[in-house]
Design a protein around this ligand. Structure first.
Ligand code: SAM
Length: 366
């Protein structure tokens, strides 16, 4: 691929998604976009770029952007964050929301659903305290394809092995032939809709908690700052933002301050969001990467958790690991602090120590 073609492609991808591609990631463009060309009956990458130049078919660009997202995720990723969320963040919010009994949680880069379902399982474990609450968990992502996967709630043995405590596996999943399916009461706690983080999120409403994890690392600094400012405006004054292990607000957004002893968890400085933003008038959520035939998703209804307690023993040994699922080839994660400098999306975090039977996520299922 020549430089002009690379520049056009990386420019379009960045403009549409914020993802930064530098020339050392040329191999990624080639491996991921060849199938896109094939899908559209286009001979090769040169011809694909030519098609993008004339932009007669918008779906080609949508597929290109989608192909360049990497959707690496796993259940209870950075389990200490989920422990803190359950033990320190939620109790305060529950206390503060006694009069409204409402909680809105946004997973801003939900990928294949592991993160929102991890949250749902934690909340389900707290059903006794949340019996008549309205809890809304909204999962959004730029990739329509990955959102369809998330909605299915079906995971391979490898995927559940990577983070799901055994008692949660037995309680909140059921067998689906060779795979595992999230049970309906958990599935129905999460709503999904497409949303591009470059767009004005005000259409989504206010949230008490925002998980925006392992996506900012792939953007340049001005983009990160803008998104963080946007998120600050969507948070309740006592709301909480959770970032990924390699992400921080430092030097990017003054609206947030760190919380002592709570790594990766941020609150609004003095309860104040960033100043009003410069977004163009809001489009309906889902517009930018929604294919023409797909109508915008209706507003997500709030789902109240039911009170079924988890009853399965926590001591069942973990099932044997199976082969990794076929996926887009992952790329090495960007070094901390190197975001926007050649980072492509696709952090392959070293498999975290699973909380299965270990310290990590302490479960209350008994
Ligand atoms: C590495 S995954 C992170 C998933 C999950 N948050 C986690 O930490 O495990 C990053 C996700 O961000 C999504 N993404 C990338 N660019 C985006 C954008 N501009 N707007 C919304 N989502 C985006 C990708 O499609 C991908 O599913």
């Amino acid at each position: 691929m020549n430089t002009a073609d690379f520049d056009l492609l990386s420019g379009l991808i960045r403009e549409r998604s914020g993802l930064v591609l530098t020339p050392d990631k040329l191999y990624l463009l080639e491996s991921r976009l060849t199938p896109v060309a094939r899908k559209h009956g286009i001979e090769g990458l040169t011809e694909l770029v030519a098609a993008l130049r004339t932009r007669t078919d918008e779906t080609v660009l949508l597929d290109v952007v989608e192909a360049m997202t990497t959707n690496e995720s796993f259940f209870f990723r950075d389990s200490h964050m989920f422990d803190t969320f359950r033990d320190e963040v939620l109790p305060v919010l529950i206390e503060n929301r006694q009069s409204t009994k409402r909680l809105r949680i946004w997973c801003a880069a939900a990928s294949s659903g592991q993160e929102p379902y991890s949250i749902a399982m934690i909340l389900k474990e707290m059903s006794a305290k949340l019996a008549d609450w309205k809890i809304e968990i909204l999962g959004t992502d730029i990739s329509l394809e990955i959102l369809e996967r998330a909605k299915s709630g079906i995971y391979t043995q490898f995927e559940v092995q990577r983070g799901v405590p055994t008692n949660f596996l037995l309680t909140y999943f059921e067998r689906a032939e060779e795979q595992w399916k999230i049970i309906d009461p958990i599935l129905s706690m999460v709503q999904y809709r497409p949303f591009n983080l470059l767009d004005n999120p005000s259409v989504l409403g206010k949230f008490d908690v925002v998980f925006c994890r392992n996506v900012l690392i792939y953007f340049d600094e001005p983009t990160k700052s803008r998104i963080l400012d946007d998120v600050s405006r969507m948070l309740a004054p006592d709301g909480v933002l959770l970032l990924g292990g390699a992400e921080s607000v430092l030097g990017l957004c003054k609206a947030f301050e760190t919380s002592v002893g709570q790594r990766g968890i941020y609150r609004l400085s003095g309860g104040q969001a960033a100043a009003p933003d410069q977004h163009p008038p809001a489009k309906p959520a889902g517009t930018p990467l929604t294919r023409p035939a797909t109508p915008p998703a209706p507003p997500a209804p709030a789902a109240a958790p039911t009170v079924t307690p988890a009853t399965k023993p926590a001591t069942t040994p973990a099932a044997a690991p199976a082969a990794a699922p076929a996926a887009k080839p992952a790329v090495a994660p960007p070094a901390p602090g190197a975001a926007g400098q050649g980072a492509t999306q696709g952090a392959t975090a070293a498999p975290e120590r699973s909380p299965l039977g270990g310290a990590g996520l302490r479960t209350t299922a008994g």
